[in-house]
Design a binder for this molecule. Sequence first.
Ligand code: FPP
Length: 212
Amino acid sequence: MDGNGRWANRRGLARTAGHTEGEENLAALVRVAVTRNVGWLTVFGFSTENWVRPRPEVRHILGLHRKLFGRVAELNELNVRIQWMGRPFDSPQARTPKFVQRAIRTAIAETAANTGMVLTVAFDYGSRTELIHAAEQAVAAGETITEASITSHLYLPELPPVDILVRTSGELRISNFMLWQIAGAKVYFTERTWPEFDGAELDAALALRSPA
Ligand code: FPP
């Protein structure tokens, strides 16, 4: 969800205002995605590298994650199941504060019975860290390293391979996001910042879907 900072800068606002707008846009876009029969929507909310941002910005983004995971009533109304993927909370490098952990656990539990779209939020997520973790788990289980064994030890093995990867804000590069899962994915690039990514943009991205 690139471009929250740029969206705010262009309006003479603080970067944090851009993140606030980004969270609201995500909530709006989830509503649209449900009407388009999207089965799985996975968003990059905070990376393992994002902790070095200025402390007030990090605190603000953490608060927005609590807000997003707190939208349980909305998610239930939409029949959306929310998931999280990222560095396990008990790993030595993990820094996720307890209030975010609680919001994540509660939202997952309270939307677990929903059968519609699965919204996965990557928080404290890095793809290379995920792959190292998967390889370590496979080795610890005494498994031979194969594609199937790595896949089965990803943070959320249930996630299907990615069909369409979206990059907002004119970023013409791949980031440290789902590197294993995006093999073969179509890529939709747009100049629009994340807060400007609306239903029409989603439809343009979904037009890349392979025919069923
Ligand atoms: C990128 O914009 C966005 C982030 C680093 C993550 C924060 C995302 C949100 C708060 C959106 C809401 C999502 C959740 C899950 C609460 P940027 O800061 O890199 O902007 P820039 O590229 O213009 O500097």
